[in-house]
Ligand binder design. Structure first.
Ligand SMILES: Nc1ncnc2c1ncn2[C@@H]1O[C@H](COP(=O)(O)OP(=O)(O)O)[C@@H](O)[C@H]1O
Ligand SMILES: [Mg+2]
Length: 241
């Protein structure tokens, strides 16, 4: 029997996050990347999390002085706290990092032998054992990340399906349609897991038509038709022959 060479992608994610110092999860939005980055087994590590925007300054990651009474006191930011405590730093939307945040991330994600930063206080800090980074992004890291940042993530997993536990939050009749549409090849046809979860909860309160109109907008009629056809097929299968 030929040896199986590929693991289901979410099993791969769970094992690499546990054992890799830096992991990048990338692919269409709303599949469960951030959820996994936060919740995959941390082996006791504390969790620190940031979401990058083009305007995020390095100080938001590294730390800054804050006024306390008549003086200024230093406060570590999430990246330095994760370093000191050997924690997990989750960096969401890492492809949005720009300017000095990008330079800071390059230093923060350096290999353990070389990683070392001097804080504005003059203190020299290095990452404690156990420190790890898990980054997420939409799109393709090979084309969307600066080469030096891309190189900080030798372990990069493309997420091409919604997390099964995310899909399992949905009522049975929505699961098949949701699984397919979350990762539709044509981005204009994608409907995220978040949209499906919103539809599921709203339809119990205001009915499927209104919920679809609010969540799926111009595609509401298509989605409702697809669900009707799918439930018809389900019923047909259930009819004894
Ligand atoms: N494993 C999971 N179990 C339960 N809910 C999940 C799971 N993965 C994702 N979800 C839900 O699906 C939605 C999208 O997940 P998220 O991680 O934010 O997606 P992404 O980061 O890929 O855009 C969120 O509402 C989240 O709570
Ligand atoms: Mg996310």
């Amino acid at each position: 029997m030929p040896k199986k060479t590929t693991l289901p992608v979410w099993d791969l994610v769970a094992s690499v996050i546990q054992h890799s110092r830096s992991t990048l999860l990338y692919g269409p939005p709303g599949t469960g990347k951030s959820h996994a980055a936060h919740n995959a087994d941390r082996d006791g590590r504390p969790l620190f999390t940031v979401t990058m925007t083009p305007d995020t300054p390095a100080a938001e990651l590294r730390g800054h002085y804050v006024p306390v009474g008549n003086e200024f006191q230093w406060r570590d930011g999430p990246a330095i706290r994760a370093w000191r405590q050997g924690g997990r730093l989750v960096i969401n939307e890492i492809d949005h990092a720009g300017g000095d945040a990008l330079s800071f991330l390059l230093a923060c994600l350096d290999s353990p032998e070389t990683a070392c930063l001097t804080l504005p206080t003059g203190e020299l800090v290095r990452p404690a054992a156990g420190f790890q980074a898990v980054a997420t992004m939409n799109g393709d890291p090979d084309s969307d990340l600066p080469a030096a940042l891309r190189d900080r993530f030798p372990v990069a997993v493309e997420i091409n399906e919604a997390h099964p536990q995310g899909i399992a939050q949905l009522p049975h009749d929505l699961r098949a349609a949701a699984s397919g549409s979350v990762v539709a090849t044509d981005p204009s046809r994608r409907l995220t897991l978040r949209a499906w979860l919103a539809f599921a909860s709203l339809r119990t309160a205001i009915g499927p038509e209104a919920a679809a109109q609010a969540v799926f907008r111009s595609r509401a009629a298509d989605v409702l038709d697809a669900l009707r056809i799918a439930s018809g097929a389900g019923q047909a299968e259930a009819v004894p022959s």
